[in-house]
Structures are given as structure tokens and as C-alpha cells.
Design a protein around this ligand. Structure first.
Ligand SMILES: NC(=O)c1ccc[n+]([C@@H]2O[C@H](COP(=O)([O-])OP(=O)(O)OC[C@H]3O[C@@H](n4cnc5c(N)ncnc54)[C@H](O)[C@@H]3O)[C@@H](O)[C@H]2O)c1
Length: 736
């Protein structure tokens, strides 16, 4: 029988090689059709007496990425459309849907013939759960092999038997760690955890998998054998007696109780290990159904899975613009940012001309790339040859005429209007008429810079975040005259370097920095009120922010905050900044010389390693300090999230950001806005706009008018609207 997504070849020994190779896809994913075909293959191999066992592998360079968007979306729309009407019936339907994959894998596990999964590349989520249901697992030792159950990162957890099988193979602590963090394992680590049986050279993968069957692999899972005991003896052992009381506390410390999926993993493992395997599967299915219905899962899947993919694939790309294959990119300014921009561009296979004022500076910039390559090679992420090829794509130069073949030039020179003006003119003098010019400025409006260009329609902002090689977000900034072709070229470039773009209209601070400074300014307010700095930082982390606002301010530099406050006063007048903020920052920079991380003196002290940073004791002298019991940490947490969300809502109201997906994805990728909320606008939608408006009014009365809800928010509250409903960029396909 022919299958669309699989080939099946049975050899002379009666071993069927099932190869998963979905047509037209770069990666295999689970779809309803894949599950139907897998079920049919299972039935056929069981029925065929000539088949002694099955080796299951992938025809792609990776094994599989797990569940497909369409499956998640259909569960999602079920929840969205039907929950309000009949919550109990919706839960039952979800429960049945969730059980499909679990049931199929259990059927495989108990089919009576041995199955071996041959893991040839990255194996994620549902695909690893399928492998876990196989009786044998062999992984290639290729560096590209990564094994993970990463569902928790989008608010879910392994719900197709993963929690039950992993905790019956690996010790409970490692199992919990793997699933509650979603960490990636190398093949060797997976073997050490007892999750795969063998790790072999890539060319030995299929022979080794077949050999397991020839050696008489029993088609019975360990937990289906009589007298099976979980590693470490289950949960009633002295070691377990230490782990289980501590586990919830550790999880709480790591997640501040913000992630229902992480807690559900803990419960699935704890409860599941006390009952027979099939009952454990039911427990998992029940918790998964529950987690699917939480606001956190709903919002995280929407932003971190669906919206991120849609934006990455060019959801905001203007229609009708042909795709640009970038053959050469110019980067002008080989300093802190430019050097890394050149590196990520070359890493994406694009030749780069890296220009600075003299060849020494340009070569030094390439040296940054050399350092990053060396690091990647030492960590096994890159081969010597790949590193050499990458570096050969970066050509340092001090001659602007070398930009004559560039499709796109990105400037990252000093943040100075005059310097930028001179660079724009020098570049345009040699640039081909088809090329686009992008500025990486963080504070200068694009429309103003474009005034120096003879071709403002081809002028755009491409704003990177530091460290460029790690940060996944790029803001694409539109000046008033930026044309569609420039937007398309910028988005094609961002896609080529595998970052996620958000398209933002020109404004002071664009989107991300506007929100970031609201976060930091709220911390200034708290300091001024006398809240101890440690409580400020802890409250932010408990709210789900990855970095406290004071530590973040140290990273971006306090003198930059000072410069921005002064520039705001110069451009918009004294009233545009809070005089108490100005006083605080002026004192820190001018009187104390505290510039932040860069001079090892900021809100924190940075002693030489290995000593850890600690809050600067002098902060306690600046304002009369409140006692810990005079501070409500819950309110501090709320203030951080609300002030950022309100700023994000303002950017929508002002037309700076036009699509809620971009505000959400931008807030999470740009500054780590509490990911469990799904982002700054999902935070508002999640609690309901009316509730948010009421909360803003309460906070405004207590902490100042910057908490006043905006006109749009009040209007939305009155009409019962949500951001996603109102702007409706987000269409969920109906369940099949
Ligand atoms: N530092 C950040 O975190 C960050 C983040 C996003 C954007 N930016 C923006 O990126 C730009 C560069 O910032 P940076 O931190 O990399 O600065 P930097 O001082 O490290 O680098 C600037 C580089 O530009 C070079 N340069 C100056 N004039 C030049 C000219 N006429 N021709 C060629 N090269 C010239 C300098 O020699 C230097 O190597 C600024 O616009 C800044 O606002 C910075």
C-alpha cells in the first residue's frame, strides 16, 4: 500500500523500514493524516506474518519537530468557539482529541512486534513521545541530534505518554528537569538518562536499529513486564522521600507559580508513578485537557508558537513584492553592533562587506566574528570548515565603493545625526539603484534620518538587539516615506538571518525600548518611594520578568538613560520627563559615576568573577527606606506588568504598532515580558479589558497618572472588546 507521508520497505530478514518523509515539508510534523497513515502501517505490519519487526526513521535531515500547527490550532479553535457555550462538553471533546495520539502510541507499544526508532536528527515533542513508545531507540551521534520535550515553552506539556514513559525510564529528578524546562538533550545525555538504548555513528543508525530486532528485542515495554519498578524504586524510597517534598518548592522558585503546565508535569509524574501505566496515561490525559484550557496555554501557544511562526514567515510582508535573495549585504560601522550584525549575516550564508573608518577598525570588527566562530567550534556547534566558510564571507574594507554590489546596506555607526548623515551620503553615492539602506539607530527617528537620503522610499530602520547573535527579535522601522519594496527587502533579510521581525511605525524608542523604559521608570518610582531595591528586583522576577529592572538598566547603561532623558527634555520640554527620575539618574551618573555594567558600577556592584554581582549598598542611602512588611509585593508585580502593557496599548492607539501579534511577540522576544501571559496585549486580553481598565484606575489613584487607562482602552472596555477581537489579524482555522 502506498502512503503519502511514509515509505515502507521490508528486507530479506523481515524487517520493515518505515521512513517518515512528508512531501513539500522541510520537517516532518504530526498531522491528522500522519496519524491515520501511521495507524494503517501499524495494522499492516501486525497483519503481515512476513514482518518480524519495524525500524522507524525519518527521510529528512531532522527526525521531526513534533505536532503540527494545524493540530494545535484545531484544539485551540475548539476551545475558543465552544467553551463558552458548553464547558463540560468542550472538555470532553478535548479529552478525546488528546487521547488520540496517546492511544495510537500505546497501540504501537502493545502491538506484539518490536519497533525501533532510529533517531537521525532533531527529535522533538510528539516525535520523541512516539520514539518512547517504541521498544528500542537508537540515536545517531551527529551533533545535529537534539532530543527534547519542549512543550512547556508554549504552555503545554508532553501529553502523549511522555510524562509517564520518561519518568519510568529516567530517574524522577532528571525526568522532571527535562520536562519542566523543555531543555534539549544530546544523544549522549539521552543515553545517560536511559532514554535511548544506543548512540552510534550516523551511517550505523539503521544497521544498529535492525540488529536490535535481529538480536531478539522483546516487543514489551518495561512497565508492561511483571514486577516493573520505576528507576530509584518509585516514590516510596528514601531518595524519593527527599525529592518529592522539595520538588514543588523548587518549581515554585523557578517559575513563581506562573506556569500551570510545569505544575501539571509534576502532578502527572507524582501521581502516575503510583498507579499502573495505563492509569498513568489517563491521569496525564486529564491534566493535559485541563492545561489546554488555561489562559496561559492559550496565550502562549498563540504568541510563542503561532504568531511567531506567522511573523517569521512574513505575515506583514507587503503583497506583490518579489522575494529578494540577498547576494551581498553591506554593514557600515564595525563596532559593537555592526561586527555582530556582519557575523549573523555571514552565518546565514550571505556575503558581507564590513566597512569602518579604516581597515584596522573593519578588521577588528571581523575579529568579533572570529571569536564567535571559535566559541561555536569549541562547543561543537560548528565544524572547522563551517567556521572557515562563514568567516570567508566577511570582507573588511574602508572603501565605500566595495558596496557597489550590495542589495542591502545596514549602518551601525555612532549614534550621531551628523555622522549618520555623512555615511548615508557616502553610501548612496555608490549604492546600486535597486539597493535598500537600513539604519540600526536605537533613538533617532527614521523619518528624520531619511531626510538625508535621495531615495527615502528605499530607507528603513532595521533595529537589532544586543547580543545580536542571541536575540531573536528585530524591529523593522518604517519612516513616513518608506516604500513597500524596502519593507519587503528588510523582511526578506530578517527571515534569511532567521530572526523574528515586528514592523513598527516611527516613534521615539520604537516599540521595545519604549516599553523597556516604562519598566525601568516604574522601578525608579519604587526606589523613590523607598521600596528596598532587592524587593523591586524580586517582585519583577516573581511577575515573570527574566531580568529585574535595575539589572536591566545596568545592562543598557544608566548614562544612556540619562542621555535619553536629556534628549527628551530638549525635544519635548521639561514636562515630558519626571523630574524625580532626572534627579535620580543625574545623581547616579554625575555624582556617583555609576554608569552600569560597563564600568562595573551601576545599581549593582560587579566584582571580578567568580564573585557575583550584588546590589549597591549606597542605594539605601538615597531615599528613606520602607520596611519589608510595609510593601505589598503583589502590587509591585502588578505595577510592572500593567505599566508595560499600558505602554504597549498606547503604541496600538497611536498606530505605532498595528497588529497585536507584533506587540505580543515583540514584548516577549524583545525584553522577556512574562512569557506565560502570551505578551503585553495578551496580558490585557487574558484578564479582560474591563478588568484591566479598573486595575489601571486603581493604580493611577495610588501611584500616579501614568497608570491612567487610555481612551481606546476605556472604549474597548465599554464595548466588551479585546485586542485580538478588535484588530482581528488572527484567524484561527476551524477544527476539521
Ligand atoms: N549598543 C547597543 O546595544 C545598540 C543596540 C541597538 C542599536 N544600536 C545602535 O547601533 C549603532 C552603533 O552602536 P554601537 O554600540 O555598535 O557603537 P560603537 O561605537 O561600538 O560602533 C560604532 C562604529 O562605527 C564606526 N564609525 C563611526 N563613524 C564611521 C564612519 N563615518 N564610517 C564608518 N564607520 C564609522 C566606529 O569606528 C565604530 O567602529 C548606533 O546607532 C546605536 O544606537 C546600539
Amino acid at each position: 500500500m502506498a502512503y503519502t507521508n511514509f515509505t515502507v520497505e521490508t528486507d530479506a530478514d523481515g524487517i520493515a523500514l518505515v521512513t517518515w518523509d512528508m512531501p513539500g515539508k522541510s520537517m516532518n510534523v504530526f498531522t491528522a493524516e500522519v496519524m491515520d497513515e501511521l495507524n494503517a502501517i501499524l495494522d499492516a505490519t501486525v497483519a503481515d506474518a512476513a514482518v518480524k519487526g519495524v525500524v522507524f526513521t525519518s527521510g529528512k535531515s531532522s527526525f521531526s519537530g513534533g505536532a503540527d500547527l494545524s493540530m494545535i490550532k484545531s484544539m485551540f479553535s475548539l476551545y475558543q468557539d465552544e467553551k463558552a457555550k458548553d464547558p463540560a462538553a468542550t472538555a470532553q471533546k478535548l479529552f478525546n482529541l488528546v487521547g488520540r495520539m496517546t492511544g495510537l502510541f500505546r497501540k504501537l507499544e502493545t502491538c506484539g512486534k518490536p519497533w525501533v526508532s532510529a533517531i537521525n536528527g532533531t527529535c522533538m515533542g510528539g516525535a520523541f513521545e512516539l520514539s518512547l513508545a517504541c521498544h528500542g531507540r537508537v540515536a545517531s551521534n551527529a551533533k545535529s541530534v537534539k532530543i527534547a520535550l519542549p512543550e512547556v515553552k508554549v504552555g503545554l506539556f508532553p501529553g502523549a505518554g511522555g510524562t509517564q514513559r520518561v519518568s519510568r525510564l529516567a530517574d524522577a529528578q532528571s525526568a522532571l528537569q527535562m520536562m519542566t524546562t523543555g531543555q534539549s538533550l544530546t544523544a549522549a545525555r539521552a543515553k545517560a538518562m536511559n532514554l535511548v538504548h544506543q548512540v552510534v555513528e550516523p551511517d550505523q543508525l539503521i544497521p544498529a536499529a535492525k540488529q536490535m530486532i535481529k538480536d531478539g528485542l522483546k516487543p514489551v515495554a518495561p512497565w508492561d513486564e511483571k514486577g516493573f519498578k520505576a528507576p530509584g524504586g518509585g516514590i516510596w524510597t528514601p531518595a524519593a522521600a527527599q525529592l518529592w517534598p522539595a520538588a514543588p518548592a523548587i518549581l515554585r522558585r523557578e517559575t513563581s507559580g506562573n506556569y500551570p503546565a510545569a505544575l501539571a508535569i509534576l502532578k502527572c509524574v507524582y501521581e502516575g508513578l503510583q498507579v499502573p501505566f495505563d492509569t498513568g496515561l489517563k491521569i496525564e490525559q486529564r491534566y493535559f485537557t485541563h492545561v489546554l484550557q488555561t489562559t496561559e496555554a492559550y496565550s502562549m501557544i498563540r504568541s510563542l508558537f503561532i504568531s511567531m511562526q506567522e511573523l517569521g514567515k512574513g505575515a506583514r510582508r507587503p503583497a506583490g513584492q518579489p522575494k529578494t535573495e540577498l547576494k551581498n549585504v553591506g554593514v557600515v560601522g564595525a563596532g559593537f553592533m555592526g561586527a555582530s550584525i556582519a557575523y549573523v549575516t555571514a552565518a546565514a550564508g550571505i556575503p558581507v562587506t564590513l566597512i569602518d573608518r579604516d581597515i584596522e577598525a573593519a578588521t577588528k570588527g571581523k575579529g568579533v566574528g572570529e571569536g564567535l566562530v571559535k566559541d561555536s567550534i569549541s562547543k561543537g556547534r560548528m565544524t572547522q570548515d563551517e567556521g572557515a566558510a562563514l568567516l570567508s564571507r566577511i570582507t573588511p574594507s574602508a572603501d565605500y565603493s566595495d558596496l557597489k554590489d550590495a542589495d542591502l546596506v545596514i549602518e551601525a555607526v555612532f549614534e550621531d545625526r551628523e555622522v549618520k548623515k555623512a555615511v548615508i551620503e557616502a553610501v548612496e553615492a555608490v549604492l546600486p539603484p535597486t539597493a535598500v539602506f537600513a539604519s540600526n539607530t536605537s533613538t533617532l527617528p527614521i523619518t528624520g534620518l531619511a531626510k538625508n537620503s535621495k531615495r527615502p522610499a528605499d530607507f528603513i530602520g532595521v533595529h537589532f538587539f544586543s547580543p545580536v547573535e542571541k536575540m531573536m527579535l528585530t524591529e523593522v522601522i518604517l519612516g513616513k516615506e518608506t516604500g513597500d519594496r524596502a519593507i519587503a527587502v528588510a523582511l526578506d533579510y530578517v527571515a534569511a538571518i532567521k530572526k523574528t521581525p515586528i514592523v513598527v511605525n516611527d516613534t521615539r524608542g520604537f516599540f521595545v525600548n519604549r516599553c523597556v523604559f516604562r519598566y525601568i521608570h516604574e522601578a525608579y518610582d519604587m526606589l523613590i518611594e523607598g521600596v528596598p531595591a532587592a524587593m523591586i528586583e524580586n517582585a519583577a522576577k516573581m511577575a515573570g520578568m527574566p531580568v529585574g529592572p535595575l539589572a536591566l538598566n545596568d545592562e543598557v547603561a544608566i548614562d544612556l538613560s540619562y542621555k535619553i532623558l536629556k534628549a527628551t527634555v530638549a525635544d519635548l520640554g521639561e514636562k515630558a520627563v519626571d523630574p524625580r527620575h532626572m534627579q535620580l539618574v543625574t545623581g547616579l551618573v554625575e555624582r556617583e559615576g555609576r554608569l552600569g555594567r560597563k564600568n562595573a558600577k551601576g545599581f549593582y556592584e560587579y566584582p571580578p568573577k567568580p564573585a557575583k554581582k550584588s546590589l549597591w549598598p549606597g542605594l539605601r542611602e538615597l531615599y528613606p527606606q520602607k520596611k519589608a512588611d510595609e510593601v505589598d509585593v503583589g502590587v509591585l508585580k502588578q505595577r510592572f506588568l500593567v505599566t508595560i502593557a499600558l505602554e504597549a496599548a498606547r503604541t496600538i492607539e497611536e498606530g505605532i504598532v498595528t497588529d497585536p501579534r507584533e506587540a505580543d511577540v515583540g514584548s516577549i522576544l524583545g525584553f522577556g515580558f512574562a512569557p506565560y501571559t502570551g505578551g503585553a496585549l495578551s496580558y490585557i486580553d487574558g484578564m479582560g479589558v474591563k478588568t484591566f481598565v479598573d486595575l489601571c484606575e486603581k493604580l493611577a489613584a495610588a501611584y500616579g497618572p501614568h497608570f491612567q487607562p487610555t481612551a481606546l482602552l476605556k472604549d474597548m472596555a465599554a464595548k466588551g472588546e479585546t485586542f485580538y477581537g478588535r484588530f482581528d489579524p488572527y484567524r484561527v482555522e476551524k477544527a476539521a
